[in-house]
Design a binder for this molecule. Structure first.
Ligand SMILES: [Fe+2]
Ligand SMILES: [Fe+2]
Length: 314
């Protein structure tokens, strides 16, 4: 089922040009020229994304979007604003009542990208809320498609993690979380463009910052979907390093949750043994050699031994 976008502007001409912008991206478009009608639509329909002008006679776009948040918290809210209202818009982002704002006159490509990103997030959160494993795996695989070379990565990571979890006698509930967290560990990449994910050359500082944000972005999505804390731990902490030099928080040693330390090992092994845009795959022996050099710095030393024994018979 295609997602629905609601456009709100008191000027017909503006509504027409917004409408034209999204005509070919396979979504249902609803439009409203007044805020109270828009609120009525939000109550009746499942709206993935609302895009509202700020300057309207009945109430401002900011007020409208705050009300939309109360009625339909999962709807992604985008504000079209003028330079004069920029500070209010930034404040609204910081308070979480607006997902993004666009300063008028808007740039077509930027607005389309923001809306497509918003729709992707909306669908992901809805799927994660369904809780059934098939839907969650399918959602993780869809994000994986952004980088064709990583096809199958999240399932392989889960397989290694499950083997380690079994060896550590995790409870059935903990095993379920370990599996879901492994599938979803990179779900924050939904907000990173294919261009950056597939870049073969060196990343710019800005691009690297984007990549480094994926654990936080993913954890935010998982929180919003109400996933359990140990699933969120995996998403948020799978790039922490045992010596404290990782990201996003530089957690050290056992302060990094156990399930995240497990997934870090599975994630790196799978990354080393598959082709990447910037290098060919290593064979298992070479990958183990490289990982041994990071035992105690990147990886929990005891867990690395467990991984080698249980997953690779070494
Ligand atoms: Fe990652
Ligand atoms: Fe990964």
């Amino acid at each position: 089922m295609s997602s629905t976008i609601l456009l709100v502007d008191d000027e017909e001409r503006e509504l027409n040009s917004l409408d034209g912008l999204f005509a070919d991206i396979g979504m249902n478009i609803l439009r409203s020229s007044c805020a109270s009608d828009a609120l009525g639509l939000v109550k009746q329909e499942e709206i993935a994304v609302i895009i509202s002008d700020n300057k309207m006679p009945e109430m401002t776009g900011l007020e409208l979007l705050a009300r939309v948040r109360a009625i339909s918290p999962d709807t992604l809210r985008i504000l079209l604003t003028s330079h004069a209202d920029l500070l209010n818009a930034i404040d609204a982002i910081n308070r979480g009542s607006v997902f993004r704002f666009i300063v008028k006159p808007w740039n077509k490509k930027a607005l389309r990208n923001i809306v497509q990103d918003a729709v992707g997030r909306y669908q992901l959160i809805r799927n994660l809320k369904k809780e059934d494993e098939e839907t969650i795996l399918a959602a993780a695989q869809e994000i994986e498609l952004k980088d064709p070379l990583t096809a199958g990565h999240c399932e392989r990571v889960a397989q290694f993690a499950i083997t380690m979890g079994n060896a550590l006698r995790f409870s059935p509930g903990h095993m379920k979380d370990l599996k879901k967290g492994s599938w979803l560990h990179d779900c924050g990449k939904i907000s990173i463009s294919k261009k950056v994910l597939n870049k073969t050359g060196k990343l710019t500082d800005h691009e690297y910052d984007l990549i480094k944000n994926h654990p936080r972005w993913g954890a935010d999505l998982a929180c919003q979907a109400g996933l359990p804390p140990s699933v969120i731990n995996i998403i948020l902490r799978h790039h922490e390093r045992f010596d404290g030099s990782g990201y996003p928080s530089g957690l050290e040693g056992n302060n990094i949750p156990l399930e995240a330390r497990i997934v870090t090992i599975a994630d790196v092994f799978d990354a080393l043994t598959t082709d990447r845009p910037y290098r060919a795959r290593f064979d298992d022996g070479k990958a183990v050699e490289i990982m041994r050099m990071m035992q105690g710095s990147v990886f929990d030393p005891e867990l690395l031994e467990l991984f080698l024994q249980q997953c690779l018979n070494k």
